[in-house]
Design a binder for this molecule. Structure first.
Ligand code: SF4
Ligand code: SF4
Length: 437
């Protein structure tokens, strides 16, 4: 794509990066076929190519964001299916990141939209606040229908409906600790506790730590770790996201200096995609660029790391698992085979649902901020998954698990919980939702 930025504009390294990305796009439109919003809405401006044109026009003319561009960029799920499809290697992820920062700096959102976004940014990254908010949401759920009547309050209704009816107590596994290996030592890792996942499902990291230590891996839950920053990053709140990244880089650098780390294990693939991008996010910060690049290189999805440990083939369980490949794992991190191969070795029959490349509509806070498109994607995803007639649905991202679990009676279980069970750990509690299992 031809671009016409001035030398002065290109002196800004962020604009220069955006320009280099834009120039790679050859307008072929292959990406439209796999873009969930284009497939759902059929509007070119809700396709990757359409958004790329809008971003080019805004940046090249150095103008503030307007209603049109905000509408179409807000509708983008950041699922990154377009980056998997694009034959020219267009780095849409960093282009849309830059567009979101520009929007945040130059556009004044309507009041309710602003308040909702502020509330999400102030609550979700903090487990204590999030836990309290979920308890309050359980009380407010009967009013969801009333909120649904007013367009600007629909996100509130979506939030109330998504909140679980019960919130588990805080897990001991979320506290700073060093979990010693329970077999001959073969590695040392840190694990991300994160923010929303330990509140919504503390059993996931409990299973990961339990399995890893039984396999001989020392697992460090470092003091001071927090939210990876993905949520605010996707809102274009750059400084807040970079602060989260710097804090975690410091924490993991200390953990590495204290005893070495073979990996930083992430059990929520949405967070994993962001942590693997810390090196890029902090590339212009001389105090952090190198450290952040080291942290990104160490970050591994739990299934990526487990694949290096040569787990034995387990006896068949006689259970069929539909593997839902989270966008952040398949498109963001390009981890596609490891979870399925591990599940097969662990004795499960694994099914790939049709249209596996399409997002389930969860996408961080998308299911709250864009409830209508999200609901359509969820219904399509669940129909495709149920068509495989599975006993269990497996996924590696709490957002997808919550989204899909809200629309099906089939238990949704994190991949690492199934692996932990297959290799001697307890049966995942979610399986109690279906008595036949
Ligand atoms: S597939 Fe790639 S090159 Fe083609 S229009 Fe989409 S982003 Fe541009
Ligand atoms: S990230 Fe997903 S929703 Fe956004 S343009 Fe790409 S394919 Fe479409």
């Amino acid at each position: 794509m031809q671009t016409n930025f001035t030398a002065e504009q290109l002196a800004d390294p962020h604009v220069a990066e955006a320009e280099a990305i834009l120039r790679k796009c050859v307008h072929c439109g292959f990406c439209t076929a796999t873009c969930p919003t284009y497939v759902t809405l059929g509007n070119e401006l809700d396709s990757p190519r359409g958004r790329i044109y809008l971003i080019k026009d805004m940046l090249e003319n150095g103008r503030p964001a307007d209603d049109q561009i905000v509408t179409h960029i807000d509708r983008c799920l950041s699922c990154l299916a377009c980056t998997t499809t694009c034959p020219s290697g267009v780095d849409y992820m960093h282009l849309v990141d830059h567009a979101r920062i520009h929007i945040e700096k130059t556009y004044r959102r309507p009041l309710m939209n602003r308040l909702t976004r502020n509330m999400l940014a102030m609550v979700l990254p903090y487990p204590g606040r999030f836990r309290l908010a979920l308890k309050l949401a359980a009380l407010g759920r009967p009013f969801a229908g009333i909120f649904d009547q007013v367009k600007s309050l629909k996100p509130m209704a979506a939030m109330l409906r998504l909140a679980p009816s019960k919130v588990a107590p805080p897990s001991n596994f979320a506290k700073p600790a060093i979990h010693a290996p329970a077999a001959t030592r073969r590695g040392r890792v840190a694990i991300l506790t994160g923010c929303a996942q330990p509140v919504l499902d503390p059993g996931i990291n409990e299973a990961a730590i339990s399995l890893l230590t039984r396999l001989g891996v020392e697992v460090v839950v470092p003091q001071g770790e927090g939210c990876c920053g993905a949520l605010v990053h996707h809102m274009g709140r750059e400084e807040q996201a970079l602060d989260s990244a710097r804090r975690n880089v410091d924490v993991w650098t200390r953990a590495s200096e204290a005893g070495g780390l073979d990996a930083i294990i992430v059990t929520t693939s949405g967070c994993g995609t962001t942590i693997k991008d810390y090196g890029h996010m902090l590339r212009l910060d001389p105090a952090y660029a190198e450290k952040a690049a080291r942290v990104s290189a160490l970050a591994k999805d739990v299934t990526e790391y487990l694949s290096t440990l040569d787990l034995p083939v387990a006896e068949t369980k006689g259970l069929t698992v539909a593997y839902h490949s989270a966008c952040s794992l398949q498109h963001g991190q390009k981890v596609t085979m490891a979870p399925k191969l591990l599940l097969k070795s662990a004795g499960f029959t694994v099914k790939d649902p049709p249209e596996g490349h399409l997002c389930c509509g969860s996408a961080g806070t998308y299911n709250i901020m864009q409830p209508e498109i999200s609901a359509r994607l969820k219904a399509r995803k669940v129909k495709n998954i149920e068509a495989t007639k599975p006993d269990i649905i497996s996924a590696g991202n709490i957002g997808c698990m919550t989204q899909i679990g809200s629309a099906t009676g089939i238990p949704v279980v994190h991949t690492v919980e199934l692996l932990n069970w297959a290799y001697g750990g307890p049966r995942p509690k979610a399986l109690d939702r279906r008595t036949a299992v």
